[in-house]
Design a binder for this molecule. Structure first.
Ligand code: NDP
Length: 318
């Protein structure tokens, strides 16, 4: 079977390509710059790549850019979307590529009659930010949708980009009769395959690179291998549908520091919170839907250890 992965050089997508190749798929992988070895070397050296990996150049902002990568594919995994926080022009840097990119990719899918299902990498960012209280007794599930207005007034630009992108995907899918499923992961950590640092692995690195304080925030966390596998599961299981929240556990940053201290007693770790406010509470995320796919989450402690070991191996920690 032939599938397409957009943004194949990224953190999550690299694991997805690796697992797809190992399951015997032929993978048409889109990257922005196929001539940049930092973006492609780790992909072309994967097992099975020589025989079954094909690279395509495509940009989210160029209409029709994904046509040739998607043509002839049975499945499409749309992972490409900018993920960073330090932005000057959120519309240009985050929202346009996320939303127009989703439109471009899904339009290419409607042109290719071979495409049976599209798996869209959305995010918990598109789920949990709607102003409803999130406390330890509250369970967030797939029926929650983030509120774009709230994202805008709170200047949560990345969260807004993912919320609008998922909304665009569902509207277009309905209009064109496209079978889509979304994967909505929380903060993704675990080993890196690519040589560059991505935003979510940086969240762990930032705690061990001499920081004096940790952020006052609570996030869900999930292992990149579980996220990549879930993408394949929802493609392969015909009854999979709708959205799938992927979270092993929601914890406050202080708890991440505690786990790091337990694992690495000699690492210099931040001792105090960045502010003196009460800790932002944790909450539950329903695992019911992902359990129906048979997903058994890698424990957070293991994910943190894998992240640190991988960051060491790549020279990000000295
Ligand atoms: P990465 O930054 O590693 O990957 C992002 C990918 O998007 C890169 O391949 C990048 O290409 C591509 N991209 C960005 N802008 C463009 C563009 N204009 N045209 C073409 N490609 C573009 O991030 P992740 O692997 O973490 O994220 C992958 C997906 O998962 C995203 O949709 C993200 O929103 C989502 N996600 C991530 C989470 C996380 O914690 N990591 C949590 C929830 C969702 P290039 O390499 O050329 O820059």
């Amino acid at each position: 079977k032939v599938v397409c992965v957009t943004g194949a050089s990224g953190y999550i997508a690299s694991w997805l390509v690796k697992f797809l190749l190992s399951r015997g798929y032929t993978v048409k992988a889109s990257v922005r710059d196929p001539s940049d070895p930092k973006k492609t070397q780790h992909l072309v050296s994967l097992e099975g790549a020589k025989e079954r990996l094909h690279l395509f150049k495509a940009d989210l902002l160029e209409e029709g850019s994904f046509d040739s990568a998607i043509d002839g594919c049975h499945g499409v995994f749309h992972t490409a979307s900018p993920f960073f926080h330090d932005v000057k022009d959120p519309q240009v840097e985050l929202i346009d590529p996320a939303v127009k990119g989703t439109l471009n990719v899904l339009n290419s899918c409607t042109k290719a009659s071979s495409v049976k299902r599209v798996v869209v990498t959305s995010s918990m960012a598109a789920v949990a930010y709607n102003g409803k209280p999130r406390t330890p007794d509250v369970t967030v599930d797939e029926t929650w949708f983030s509120d774009p207005e709230l994202c805008e007034t709170s200047k949560m630009w990345y969260v807004l980009s993912k919320t609008l992108a998922e909304d665009t995907a569902w509207k277009l899918a309905k209009e064109k009769g496209l079978d889509i499923v979304t994967i909505n992961p929380a903060m993704v950590i675990g080993p890196l395959l690519q040589p560059t640092l991505n935003t979510s692995a940086a969240a762990v690195l930032n705690l061990i690179n001499g920081a004096k304080t940790f952020p006052n925030s609570s996030f869900g966390w999930v292992n990149v291998k579980d996220v990549a596998n879930a993408h394949i599961q929802v493609f392969e299981v015909p009854s999979a549908n709708g959205r799938y929240c992927l979270v092993e556990r929601v914890v406050h940053h202080s708890e991440i520091v505690n786990i790091l201290r337990e694992l690495y007693p000699n690492l210099p770790l931040p001792e105090r919170c960045v502010d003196e406010n009460p800790y932002v509470p944790t909450y539950q995320v329903s695992k019911e839907k992902t359990r129906s796919l048979g997903i058994d989450y890698i424990p957070l402690k293991v994910s943190i250890k894998e992240t640190v070991e991988s960051l060491k191996e790549r020279g990000f920690i000295h």
